[in-house]
Ligand binder design. Structure first.
Ligand code: HEM
Length: 407
């Protein structure tokens, strides 16, 4: 468990887990020089390694990176020019991508597919996620350490909540949740082997879970005939949800908790007035989004914020830099939960805006509320190394050792 969720361990090395610097001053300088630069975000930040993330490494394509809010926002909102896959550049915006997940789809294929699953992820459905999976998971985890007076919140709490929520919604027994997490990105077949019997069981006998909704979802194909998702389509969607939903919320929750623990007066204010929790979560998403970069493939030669970008290039949108653009936020480096909440790019924008953002918010809200309700005098452990923020393309806090009054 610790190796899986060690941000500086082998699992995260390929996305720049060993980077422990503060990229924000460099990104400010880059944005001041020009909103869009030639090169990748990590090269421009001073990391020469080959890193992997959305849009990387693609060594045969030219790379550009956008650092201003305006440029990143524009790219997210213009899928005709900034497509979500290289196939869209090579075969056109309506290219159908067999076997690919919705993140890479474009046009009608993306709209149809997203429309099928979106209802389960709307804010009006957040209660369903909370009741079925999030609340029970959160309280079981707190039960585990509430009597101890100390805990390490990164692994023992933050990491476990999203994995157990997503695997729970897929009907995967808790004992197999870690096998799934370990196999993510390494052994897809192992995950498919766990999911296959569950999908078959729900086709025969649906329950109140996400996999049952997926097996029953109906759509009209291009000939008007009613279709259901194939096993392969359900597996592909499950793999995307597991990848997109488990690593992100873990790190974003750890970042939010760390930012609060580092500012005991702010933590106390949130404890006393829980209406402040929502702005605290939104401010952490702005201040330190866990994935500070997403990419698009450029479909035509363009002049973009002063850069000539040829068709076929990869554009990296540095949402970390965009979220601290002083044109949009005063004192952008300050973690200030009293600032007026404005949309950020932490969950992206446009057609691909994070499908799971309301689930993520529900997990973070339920998790942090439970800590504040159940752990009196919660504070960083002064005898242990203080948490710090690490990582290039997947950023988050190192261990978060805390003390509290045992119950
Ligand atoms: C704090 C946690 C999270 C962050 C910061 C985050 C961030 C993002 C971002 C930036 C995108 C857009 C990517 C792009 O445009 O290329 C995205 C897409 C997506 N996210 Fe999240 N995400 C989080 C949690 C979740 C959760 C919990 C789930 C599932 C329950 C989820 C499922 C998805 C899916 C399915 C997509 C693809 C949507 C599409 O292509 O239409 N995410 N996420």
């Amino acid at each position: 468990m610790r190796e899986l969720f060690d941000l500086q361990g082998s699992y995260n090395e390929v996305t720049g887990g060993l980077y422990s610097g503060d990229p924000y001053p460099i990104w400010h300088r880059l944005r001041e020089e020009a909103p869009v630069h030639a090169g990748t975000v990590h090269e421009l930040t001073g990391i020469p390694d080959t890193l992997y993330f959305q849009g990387l490494p693609f060594p045969d394509r030219p790379h550009f990176s956008a650092f201003s809010f305006e440029a990143c926002n524009e790219a997210f909102r213009n899928p005709a020019v900034f497509a979500s896959s290289p196939e869209a550049v090579d075969a056109g915006p309506e290219a159908r991508i067999p076997g690919q997940n919705m993140l890479a789809m474009g046009g009608t294929q993306h709209r149809r597919y997203r429309g099928l699953v979106q209802p389960s992820f709307l804010p009006s459905n957040a209660g369903w996620w909370m009741r079925n999976w999030i609340e029970e998971t959160v309280h079981l985890l707190v039960d585990d350490f509430a009597a101890e007076g100390r805990a390490e919140l990164n692994v023992d709490f933050c990491a476990a909540i999203p994995v157990l929520t997503i695997t729970g919604s897929f009907g995967v027994p808790m004992e197999q949740a870690l096998d799934i997490r370990a196999a993510l990105g390494r052994d897809q077949q192992a995950i498919v082997d766990i999911l296959t019997p569950i999908v078959a069981a729900r086709r025969a006998d649906p329950l109140d879970d996400l996999v049952s909704i997926l097996v029953q979802a109906e759509f009209a194909d291009e000939h008007g005939a009613t279709q259901r998702l194939s096993d392969e389509e359900i597996h592909t969607f499950s793999l995307l949800l597991l990848a997109a939903g488990s690593g992100t919320t873990w790190k974003q929750m750890g970042t939010t908790i760390t930012a609060l623990l580092q500012r005991p007066d702010v933590l106390e204010a949130v404890r006393a007035d829980r209406t402040l929790l929502r702005p605290a979560i939104e401010e952490a998403l702005r201040w330190m989004p866990t994935d500070p970069m997403f990419s698009r493939w450029v479909t035509e030669d363009i002049e973009f914020h002063g850069q000539a970008i040829p068709a076929g290039s990869v554009l990296h949108m540095c949402v970390g830099a965009a979220n601290r653009d002083p044109e949009r936020w005063d004192d952008p480096d300050e973690f200030d939960i009293t600032r007026k909440v404005k949309p950020t790019l932490a969950f992206g924008q446009g057609a691909h805006i994070c499908l799971g953002m309301h689930v993520a918010r529900g997990e973070m809200t339920t998790g942090i509320n439970a800590l504040l309700d159940r752990l009196p005098n919660l504070r960083l452990d002064p005898g242990a190394p203080a948490p710090s923020f690490v990582g290039m393309y997947e950023r988050g806090a190192t261990a978060i050792p805390v003390l509290f009054d045992p119950k």
